[in-house]
Design a protein around this ligand. Structure first.
Ligand SMILES: C[S@@+](CC[C@H](N)C(=O)[O-])C[C@H]1O[C@@H](n2cnc3c(N)ncnc32)[C@H](O)[C@@H]1O
Length: 192
């Protein structure tokens, strides 16, 4: 885990600002609530955490990289109106507790063993916004190891206990300019 942490720290040292909100938040923005508690899981520099907090949610943002978390704290401190609790946390060793969030956002992070714990961490009626790389149309962005990319429809299977409210996995049919060809986007709700 230390080697992984060092690699991510190194990457984030070379990056300045938090990225724009992810496609799953932009495309399904109308489904994002404006109150409640949210977790940006494996948040990196926290572009999604900041966006969710700007919408009115109380946001926890967790990541392995201390460099990323320090940057996110600084970015959040520049926006006094918002609430982001950023924390260095190994999510495999310390997953979120059951029934603890109204919304969980996972972007470009995939650990299949964590999926049941993510679903369990949603409160009844809670929403999962998930976006990560697929194997189809691989190339360009994302991990080169196919183990870290989704098989077709895999996100639907991993979270089969939730009700799907929004889904896009366009693969080779995607319009090139959309940059969606190598991504799966899902919004899913935990039953009340
Ligand atoms: C591709 S980045 C995505 C970051 C962010 N979600 C985004 O979209 O900008 C993957 C992130 O997962 C984090 N990560 C990897 N393994 C982790 C673990 N076991 N616990 C917490 N974070 C982890 C890395 O530090 C890195 O920030």
């Amino acid at each position: 885990m230390d080697g992984l942490r060092r690699r991510w720290d190194e990457r984030y040292r070379g990056r300045a600002a938090a990225p724009e909100p992810a496609a799953v938040l932009r495309h399904f923005a109308h489904l994002v609530p404006t109150t409640g508690s949210a977790l940006d899981l494996a948040c990196g520099l926290g572009g999604n955490a900041l966006w969710l907090a700007e919408r009115g949610l109380e946001v926890c943002a967790w990541d392995l990289s201390a460099v990323a978390i320090e940057r996110l704290r600084a970015a959040a401190a520049e926006r006094p109106r918002i609430a982001v609790a950023a924390e260095v946390r190994d999510l495999i060793a310390h997953p979120p507790a059951p029934h603890s969030f109204d919304l969980i956002c996972v972007v470009r992070f995939l650990d299949r063993g964590l999926a049941p714990k993510i679903a369990a961490a949603l409160r009844p009626g809670g929403l999962l916004f998930y976006e990560t790389f697929t194997r189809e149309e691989a190339g360009g962005d994302g991990p080169s190891d196919p183990a870290f990319r989704l098989a077709p429809n895999e996100l639907l299977e991993l979270f089969g206990g939730l009700v799907v409210r929004g889904y896009r996995e366009e693969g080779r049919l995607a319009v090139p300019a959309s940059a969606l060809g190598n991504l799966a986007l899902m919004v899913a709700e935990k039953a009340l």
